[in-house]
Design a protein. Structure first.
Length: 70
């Protein structure tokens, strides 16, 4: 999945900020059995704030709670 976002923020006090956000996520691995299902999702995120250094990167692990029901 690829996501692109362009944001403008105004705090109401005259401070306006502009930033861009780019996300790329994909399922790197998964395992499904009668006991449960789990997967490792890689998510790369880049936040591109105005007049600042780009930041970001993350990944996460997902799983079911309990056994799968038939």
């Amino acid at each position: 999945m690829l996501g692109l976002r362009d944001e403008y923020t105004d705090d109401g006090l005259g401070n306006v900020a502009h930033s861009g956000n780019v996300d790329l996520a994909f399922l790197a691995s998964h395992h499904v059995s009668n006991q449960g299902a789990n997967g490792f999702i890689l998510n790369f995120e880049a936040v591109l704030p105005q007049n600042s250094t780009p930041v970001g990167a993350a990944s996460w692990y997902v799983t079911t709670v309990g056994a799968l029901k038939h």
